[in-house]
Design a protein around this ligand. Structure first.
Ligand code: B12
Length: 348
């Protein structure tokens, strides 16, 4: 019997490195993934480059493969767990004495994407920060308690999904009101971080290395009145959030009439439709909260691509938007937002 042993790539310049890491995480080969990052470190590759030049783009690729229905949710979960393990291996091999201030890194309440903020935490640690990493789903009041206990120089708040923006606003306001400036990041804050500024964040950075650079200069920023940022969340937002359950339930009942194919759905398909209707309501609410229709239209665009990859006919999404629009016809902004989504979906 012959065993083929391939030597791991020794540099990130080697295009095989990214392909190999993706294959290893996709095959659930934890040992191989850790071996690869360790070999790169041993060969003199910078830990920062391994984090942002290998692990991060692989995770983005994992997201694309899931969205394209090439990888199952389970395979994505397994791959992410291995990326976390590889990141931990890099961290374990790199010890840096803190020389800068102390920073709390946390995900917004209801935000489960902990790995991007973990990467940020490691990048900050490598730059000499003392990092308190609180992980996923940190409720605002607990975050503030932690700030009282540790007195950090900054909070780094991650939001990867725009439905969490109202909670991000509450957290930003709470941190700033106890005198701790907030740097924000993650795709949930929108292109160029436009919603971060609207929610009163002191800073926003597109990537972890931008955040490292931003925190290394002119920090802390002068603290302005934490309550200066607009009060957001009008009657329409409040209505959608308070009645979310009824809106989704009624939408599902009406969908059976509007989209007869649903009558033949099995339980799994029904559950998926209920989840999709919930997402429509949540993105609509977030869009109303920040007063920007593109939160919703970007979501419709994204949903169409995901449904297309799963061979769900476009009429299903249109029907979902219609049945929600019917229920919200007395709310002008919600109606206009749903119409904008319908216009996009009509192009399909
Ligand atoms: C893994 C994963 C998950 C895992 C997360 C597990 C974990 N431990 O992290 C789980 C299974 C929980 C998950 C759940 C969901 N996910 Co998900 N997920 C991903 C995936 C594949 C990878 C995330 C990741 O690690 N990215 C890698 C990092 C490096 O990404 P990055 O954005 O470049 O990160 C940089 C910056 O954002 C920045 N940054 C991040 N945070 C911060 C904070 C600060 C302060 C600063 C300064 C910078 C900063 O620095 C990072 C490094 O440079 C992404 C795909 C993707 N492209 O990210 C989808 C993705 C984010 N998920 C998505 C979705 C839709 C969901 C779900 C709604 C799915 C569902 N139907 O339930 C839920 C939502 C859960 C929730 N409420 O949070 C979508 C979001 C689409 C959209 N419309 O916004 C994506 C983009 C997948 C896709 N291709 O469509 N997901």
């Amino acid at each position: 019997m012959s065993v083929t042993v391939t030597t791991p790539p020794r540099s990130l310049e080697d295009p095989a490195a990214g392909e190999r890491f993706l294959r290893l995480v996709g095959e659930g080969d934890e040992f191989g993934a850790v071996e690869l990052v360790t070999a790169l470190l041993d060969a003199g590759e910078q830990p920062q480059r391994i984090i942002l030049g290998l692990i991060a783009p692989t995770q983005s690729r994992v997201g694309e493969l899931w969205a394209a229905n090439e990888w199952s949710v389970a395979r994505e979960h397994a791959a992410t767990a291995i990326s976390e393990r590889a990141l931990a291996a890099v961290a374990a091999r790199t010890s840096v004495r803190p020389t800068r201030g102390r920073i709390t890194v946390a995900c917004v309440d209801g935000e489960w994407h902990a790995l991007p903020s973990r990467m940020l935490g490691e990048m900050l640690r490598l730059d000499g920060w003392r990092v308190d990493f609180l992980g996923a789903n940190v409720p605002g009041p607990h975050l503030v308690t932690h700030l009282h206990q540790t007195g950090p120089d900054a909070v780094a708040l991650s939001c990867m999904i725009p439905t969490r923006l109202p909670r991000a606003h509450a957290a930003i306001t709470a941190c700033r009101s106890v005198g701790v400036p907030v740097i924000t990041g993650g795709r949930g804050f929108g292109p160029d971080g436009r919603w971060a500024h609207r929610l009163g964040a002191d800073a926003w950075a597109a990537t972890a290395d931008d955040a490292v650079a931003r925190l290394a200069r002119k920090w802390p920023p002068p603290l302005t009145d934490p309550f200066e940022s607009a009060f957001l969340g009008d009657d329409e937002y409040t209505y959608v959030v308070r009645h979310r359950g009824d809106l989704v339930q009624t939408a599902l009942t009406r969908l059976l009439a509007a989209y007869p194919a649903m009558n033949a759905y099995d339980q799994r398909q029904h559950d998926a439709t209920a989840e999709d209707m919930g997402h429509i309501a949540d993105f609509l609410a977030a869009s109303l909260y920040v007063g920007d229709e593109t939160v919703f239209t970007d979501f419709v665009d994204w949903t169409q691509a995901v449904l297309r990859a799963r061979a769900v006919p476009p009429v299903a999404l249109r029907a979902g938007l219609e049945v929600l629009a019917e229920q919200l016809r007395d709310f002008p902004t919600a109606t206009a937002t749903l119409r904008a989504g319908l216009d996009l979906a009509a192009g399909e």
